[in-house]
Ligand binder design. Sequence first.
Ligand code: FNR
Length: 193
Amino acid sequence: AALTVVAISGSLRRGSANTGLIRAAKEICEESIPGLHINHVDISDLPLLNTDLESDGGFPPAVEAFRAKVRAADCFLFASPEYNYSISGPLKNALDWGSRPSNCWGDRAAAILSASGGSGGSRMQYHIRQVGVFLDIHFINKPEVFIKAHQPPSKFDSNGNLIDPEIKEQLRETLLSLQAFSLRLESKPANSE
Ligand code: FNR
């Protein structure tokens, strides 16, 4: 069976470039990587983290649904802007909800993409790696994809759809690297069912 990649965008903006990266990744998988299935999980309906909302280990319905999807993932794909040199607030909120006992993120592979200003989101990427230490997420190291979203020529259209063929190829390489590492973690040969 194909590996299920839970893909999360750290931007809730309608025309988000990062959400566009996830749509592009989904298309690439559907067209040419049959071993990967992208499940784009929307985090916009999660409440702000407040442990008062928990009762006897139970969570609000939107949080329960989110945690179930995270638990069912074989691996993760994060695409997030950098906000003030770090992870976006919405993404950190989602990571935190998924970390509440018992941690839903553990022992899976993950890849990070960022479309951002200045450095293309490198500082955000190194921050999420640090958070991932405690969550026990195993990030792939290569390729690193830092997209300077606002530098000409345009890489996204006004709806946030990726239009740059070079970035599409980087995305494809990232997905193949994520697949290979995820299979190694699961100790399955690449050609198993
Ligand atoms: C930003 N942006 C930004 N960019 C960057 O490279 N480094 C940064 O520290 C910040 N800080 C920051 C803070 C806040 C509050 C906002 C709203 C924005 C710019 C941002 O990363 C950029 O506009 C992204 O392209 C937005 O991504 P989406 O929404 O298109 O996916």
